[in-house]
Design a protein around this ligand. Sequence first.
Ligand code: G3I
Length: 349
Amino acid sequence: MTGAAGAALCGALGAGATKAARAVPALPDAVPFGAAVRPMLLGDDADYSAAVRRHCSLLVPEGGLKWFDLRPTPTVYNFDLADRVMRFAADSNMGVRGHTLVWHGAMPEWTSEITSTARAETEMRTHIETIMGRYGSQIESWDVVNEPISTDFSKSDYLQPCVWLHTMGEDYIEQALRTARAISPTAQLVVNEYGIEAANAESVRKRAALLKLLRRLKERGAPFDAVGLQCHLHGERPIDRDGLAAFLSELAAMKLDVLVTELDVIDDKLPGDFATRDAAIAGRVDELLETLFAVQRPTAILTWGISDRHTWVPMYFKRGDGTRNRPLPLDENYQPKPMLRVIERYCRR
Ligand code: G3I
């Protein structure tokens, strides 16, 4: 995607947005494309900012809207990083996704003091009200609850242990959603999860556990609109086409939208040769999106970064051959790779 054409192609309206159209009209059926951005690079790194503007019509802060960034102490809010993203998005005519209001991760040390139900309910409600109150006019789609499903099935086959679960029980998820809906009647409220797409035992278990949660939330009338599939794919792991299609059909039956929220392809186990690796990565993304679009069109597709120059992947999946990971649509010099062409093709569908 390039420039205004790119924005027009992908729809300049944010995911789930139904509010005032922006300058660049969205094509009626395009799927908005965007990326996670690092606040400190926006404005400071001209090449980075130009690449984001060139290819994206939608942003999500990689950092800046997490408790760790926002809440240095129980009484102090630090909006600096998030404000940078919001200013850039407004100046660039882009939508913004909010990531994330309630999560077990990126929590500041002081939140370990939250031990009572009453304190937890107050802290969660106040946080959501404050953040949505400040950014709600610009953010039209929120990861209200991120990664609620257990990451270690030897400890729990259902919900991820965290301060919210320990103090409020499973209700924390419904309470977070109800608080968000009370603040914004129109925002797209999303439950966001990873590890859903693969043909392995972990993904089978996570799909089952997430469906259990979603059904319970629906039975209770909890207000939410969509499921975010993070899609941190592993290059060596096939997509479970049948399992994922069946999962997506269950979402459609529950009248839940779906969006791809954090797409990248972890390539530590792929061959070192760039052409071979990039082709395998593009093939994995094609497999995912073909399976997804066969069941329901996502309301947005976002990658977790735009360029290999800035990605979380080597934090945990550094390559043994010492070459840079290549998980994203642009290489470290902001040049398009086959992965971007695959995404473009589906955005046009
Ligand atoms: O900003 C500080 C810096 O001042 C300090 O010197 C440095 C040294 O520790 O840390 C910096 O903060 C780091 C932050 O990223 C900004 O770079 C944190 O330590 C580090 O934990 C944090 O990692 C982020 C992680 O979420 C935890 O918040 C990754 O960048 C980010 O890509 C990752 O994103 C998550 C999604 O939110 C949820 N889905 C999975 C995805 C990948 O793990």
